[in-house]
Each structure stands twice: as structure tokens, then as C-alpha cells.
Design a binder for this molecule. Structure first.
Ligand code: GLN
Length: 478
């Protein structure tokens, strides 16, 4: 096995035993990138020189010394371009480090580059990037999912050992599912958003994308916790997530929500997820039928709230404060030219939708109503999670689709997140992990949802399932 194929856990052990040097690990990942990046297009920016510098500066005693990671290109990295895959920020170089990346650097990790995404994290296929479309390593004619498609593809293709993504409505879990890797969206407030370019601030969370559940736990240990720079980060103690992986799951109750096994879902996904639930049962878990009755309103609610927040957050890109600026006849014209040319079509669609939903005459009917429904959706989860420990669902209704298949129809694209979006509205944590493959060899994801701040519960269940299968050991042939 090549070094780039190792997990964080394995590489950490080998580096600590001096069987592999951190420099060799970095070289292995960089030469893998050289070999496959032309086909995968996972990265917007590569920083090999900076990575070598980090390696030199990192303390050899740091717990995760020398492990190469990739960062979604919507998290600020000091001195390294942070584009959000938008023309608007194409040349934006932050003067500060996001909390998550500075924590990783302190822990000894080495950052090799910034990964492609749907512009401003709006999308489910990475096709909304202003720069390029990333390919799915399992079939390069298909999308890797989105919006953290670059991070998920880079992990699956061995172009980094682990990565960070961000998840507003599914953007960590859905690409993880479609690329056959593990992704976790933490509880809202578990991880600092300081330095994450805001899309919808009440929904956004940063989380890991890795090859295994254990690796996700290791990265969660590094990035979690209260941060004085983010007032929405929670002052709640951070447990040792790694220790949760390996605990017994006998007797835990697994909720199966009937609203998540619906018509229109790919039968191969349905079968794989049902088999995964049987597997959990064979490991001692007790399946319980549950209902999340307001599920049908999730997509509509999300697209009112997320676009409203986005329209407000993206008002700052006016040609004055950040990045791209177009010339205009006067100030107003300059604003209009800048925003017309700097943003892509999906971002504009959302700004218009959100501005409309927030406008004086419609505020109560749309934004106000959506907030009320959000509360109902959150209550569904609160009630269900009083009865069960975790909830099991598919992550995505289908496996990876072909490039271009859904670009003409935004509503079709929005349905890709039908199983992930409610979780952000409720603020609870959820993990996606591989639970099988379609006949044509595409990965399928299982989603496990937990109660607020119970990442340990979903890590424990996910790890037990993963270890009883071999899905996480498969690698795409590249
Ligand atoms: N696909 C969803 C959207 O387009 C979710 C994106 C995300 O989680 N960032 O908004």
C-alpha cells in the first residue's frame, strides 16, 4: 500500500514509530496529486512550498505531526488564496487564518491545498464552481457531489489523507456518500465558524471528510470547541471522540423514519441502507420505526431561510470591500457591474430569491413562516431522539449522477439534499459513511443522525458498523 492510501490513524502510527517520515508522506501525496489531478480536478490552489514550510515549522512531538490535509476553499487561510470558487473572490488572499485551520496547524497537520466547491457552497454537484468541475474518482464522467466535492474527491483519490468541508444543507455528507468516504456535520455550535466564508450563518458548520470513521473522530478532536472569535460556538466541553469509536453498541435504539424511505429513491440505495440497518441489528442495536412528520416541508423551508441569509451575507461583495471590482459610470453602476459579473447564475438566483423573501410585504409570509416550520422540524428530531439514540437514513436518494444531468433544472438539483437538509434545520449532528456499491460500482452512503452535541453516539454506531464491513477499504481504480 502506498503512503497516500493510508488513513490518518495509520499514518500517525507509522510517523510516530519513524517507519515513515513526514517528508515522505508529503511527497507521496504530492506525487499522487501530480498523477491524478488532471483527471480529478479537486484543487483550486495547491501549496506544496507552504506545506514543506509547515512541515519544517511543525513540532515533531505534535500529535498529528506531518499528516497532509486539504481544506475546502471557503475557509480563510493566511496568505493563501480563498476563492469560494467564485470570480468574486478569485484573487482574495486573507490576512488571517480561520480557527479550524489554525487549530490543525497547531496540532501538526500540513495543509497541501484548497479544494473546489460549488460557488459560495451553493449546490450539490460542484458544477456551480466558476473555475472547473471536479470528477468523481469512481467514475470521472460523474459528479463528486457538492458543495464540498473537491474535498471528498481528493480524499477518495488519495490526493490528501483527510480534508475539511462545510455543510449548510448536506455539503459534507452528500459528497462523502457519493465519493465513498466518511463525512460528519457536527452539531451547530460544536466547531467555530470564524474564518468560514458565510453562506447561511444559522446552518453552516465545518466538519471532517476522511477515509474512515476513526479518522473523522481524530479530526473532530482537533477542530471542536468554544472559540471566543465565534459567539455561536458553544461553551460545551469537548469529549474524546476517538475514544467513542470502539465502544459497544449493544442495546442502542436506532430510529428508522418512515418519511426517509420514499418513492423516487434509487432501489439500490434503498436495499443497501436496509441491509446496513440489519447489520446494525446483528451487532446488537434495536431498530425502532419512527416518524419525522414535518420532513415534507424541509426543502421549501431550507430554500427560504438559506437564500434569505445568503442574500444578506453576500451583500458585502460590492466591489469595495473584497475581491473583484468592475468599472462603472458611477457608484451604483459600479456595484451593479461588479455583482452582475462577479457572481454566477446560481448565486444570483439565490440572492434574488432571498431578497424577495425578506422584502417588507413578504417577510411574514415567507421568512417568518419558514422560521416557524423550522421550529416544528427541530421538534420532530427532539421528540424522536427522546425515544431512540440515533436515526438511520440514506444520505442521498441516488448514487453519483452524470455531469450535466441536473444542471438545467435547479429543482431537481435541490432534491439531492432531501435527506440531509432537515438535519441542518434542526442543528443536530450527522455522519455519512459507505454502506455499499451499486452494480455499476458507485458508492452508497448511510446517514446516522444523533442528538444535539452527541457526536459520540453517531461515531460509536458508525464505527461499529464500519468495522463489521469492508466498504471503507475499497479504493477507486485510477
Ligand atoms: N445543496 C445544498 C444547497 O445547494 C446544500 C449546500 C451546502 O450544504 N453548502 O444549498
Amino acid at each position: 500500500m502506498e503512503i497516500f492510501d493510508l488513513t490518518i490513524e495509520e499514518l500517525r502510527l507509522r510517523i510516530s514509530r519513524k517507519e515513515v517520515s513526514a517528508a515522505e508522506a508529503l511527497d507521496s501525496v504530492l506525487s499522487r496529486i501530480d498523477k491524478v489531478e488532471g483527471r480529478i480536478k479537486a484543487y483550486n490552489t495547491l501549496t506544496p512550498e507552504k506545506a514543506r514550510g509547515m512541515l519544517a515549522e511543525a513540532d515533531e512531538k505534535a500529535p498529528l505531526y506531518g499528516i497532509p490535509l486539504a481544506i475546502k476553499d471557503n475557509m480563510c487561510t493566511r496568505g493563501v488564496r480563498t476563492t469560494c470558487s467564485s470570480k468574486m473572490l478569485e484573487n482574495f488572499v486573507p490576512v488571517y487564518e480561520s480557527t479550524v485551520t489554525s487549530k490543525l496547524i497547531k496540532a501538526g497537520y500540513v495543509l497541501v491545498g484548497k479544494t473546489n466547491l460549488d460557488e459560495f457552497a451553493m449546490g450539490s454537484s460542484t458544477e456551480n464552481s466558476a473555475f472547473k468541475t471536479t470528477s468523481n474518482p469512481w467514475d470521472t464522467e460523474r459528479i463528486p457531489g457538492g458543495s464540498s466535492g473537491g474535498s471528498a474527491a481528493a480524499v477518495a483519490a488519495g490526493q490528501c489523507v483527510g480534508a475539511l468541508g462545510s455543510d449548510t444543507g448536506g455539503s459534507i455528507r452528500q459528497p462523502a456518500a457519493l465519493c465513498g468516504v466518511v463525512g460528519l456535520k457536527p452539531t451547530y455550535g460544536r466547531v467555530s465558524r470564524y474564518g468560514l466564508v458565510a453562506f447561511a450563518s444559522s446552518l453552516d458548520q465545518i466538519g471532517p471528510i476522511t477515509k474512515t470513521v476513526k479518522d473523522t473522530a481524530i479530526l473532530m478532536n482537533a477542530i471542536s470547541g468554544r472559540d471566543p472569535m465565534d459567539s455561536t460556538s458553544a461553551p460545551i466541553p469537548v469529549p474524546d471522540f476517538e475514544a467513542a469509536a470502539g465502544k459497544d453498541i449493544k442495546g442502542i435504539k436506532v430510529g428508522i423514519p418512515k418519511e426517509y424511505f420514499i418513492e423516487g429513491m434509487d432501489p439500490e440505495v434503498d436495499t443497501a441502507v436496509r441491509e446496513a440497518i440489519k447489520k446494525l441489528e446483528s451487532l446488537g442495536a434495536i431498530p425502532v420505526e419512527i416518524s419525522l412528520p414535518n420532513t415534507q416541508y424541509a426543502i421549501a423551508t431550507y430554500y427560504v431561510l438559506a437564500t434569505s441569509e445568503a442574500s444578506s451575507n453576500l451583500a458585502r461583495y460590492d466591489g469595495v470591500k473584497y475581491g473583484f471590482r468592475a468599472e462603472g459610470r458611477d457608484l451604483l453602476d459600479m456595484y451593479m457591474q461588479t455583482r452582475s459579473r462577479g457572481f454566477g447564475p446560481e448565486v444570483k438566483r439565490r440572492i434574488m430569491l432571498g431578497t424577495y423573501a425578506l422584502s417588507a410585504g413578504y417577510y411574514e409570509a415567507y421568512y417568518g413562516k419558514a422560521q416557524q416550520v423550522r421550529t416544528l422540524i427541530k421538534r420532530d428530531f427532539d421528540n424522536a431522539l427522546k425515544e431512540v439514540d440515533v436515526i438511520a437514513t440514506p444520505t442521498s436518494p441516488t448514487a453519483a449522477f452524470k455531469m450535466g444531468e441536473k444542471t438545467a433544472d435547479p429543482l431537481q438539483m435541490y432534491l439531492s439534499d432531501i435527506f440531509t437538509i432537515s438535519i441542518n434545520l434542526a442543528g443536530v449532528p450527522a455522519i455519512s459513511l459507505p454502506c455499499g456499491f451499486t452494480k455499476s460500482g458507485l458508492p452508497i452512503g448511510l446517514q446516522l443522525i444523533g442528538g444535539h452535541f452527541d457526536e459520540e453516539g453517531i461515531i460509536k454506531a458508525a464505527y461499529a458498523y464500519e468495522q463489521s464491513t469492508g466498504w471503507h477499504k475499497r479504493r477507486p481504480a485510477l
